[in-house]
Design a protein. Structure first.
Length: 132
């Protein structure tokens, strides 16, 4: 039996900014826009075979509406509406075995009622943040 070792490393950064479109009393309609950048790789090194590696690089931008409610001066509730999302995503995936390498790139643009492909956990997200 060959010993197979696996090593996986991934990271992702998503800075964003928000602009208040409309405010009414304690409610606000906010436009959130951000940039997503991430990289990752997985390496396999079977004892009898050359090293195998699968890696990716991803870059994306998005914009979506967010509704906020100021509960008091320090606490705000927010509702991210991922149903109305505008986004672009570029991904390059590279596979290598020994010295042989091949890659595939993909470009995705989305403007729709659902958001199936742009870094989302669900159609509607809920959050609470506390201001010091």
């Amino acid at each position: 039996v060959d010993d197979i070792s696996e090593n996986t490393f991934e990271w992702n950064v998503t800075p964003f900014f928000r602009y208040n479109l409309y405010e009414y009393r304690k409610f606000a309609l906010v436009l959130e826009a951000g940039i997503n950048f991430g990289m990752g790789s997985t390496k396999w090194n079977p004892a009898a075979n050359p090293e195998e590696k699968l890696s990716y690089m991803e870059l994306g931008v998005y914009a979506m509406p967010v509704v906020t409610y100021d509960f008091n001066d320090c606490m705000t509730f927010e509702l991210g509406i991922n149903l109305f999302n505008l986004g672009y995503n570029y991904m390059k995936t590279t596979a290598a075995v020994g010295d042989d390498e091949a890659y595939v790139t993909s470009n995705n643009f989305g403007l729709d009622w659902r958001n199936d492909g742009f870094q989302t956990m669900g159609a509607i997200t809920f959050g609470v943040y506390y201001k010091f």
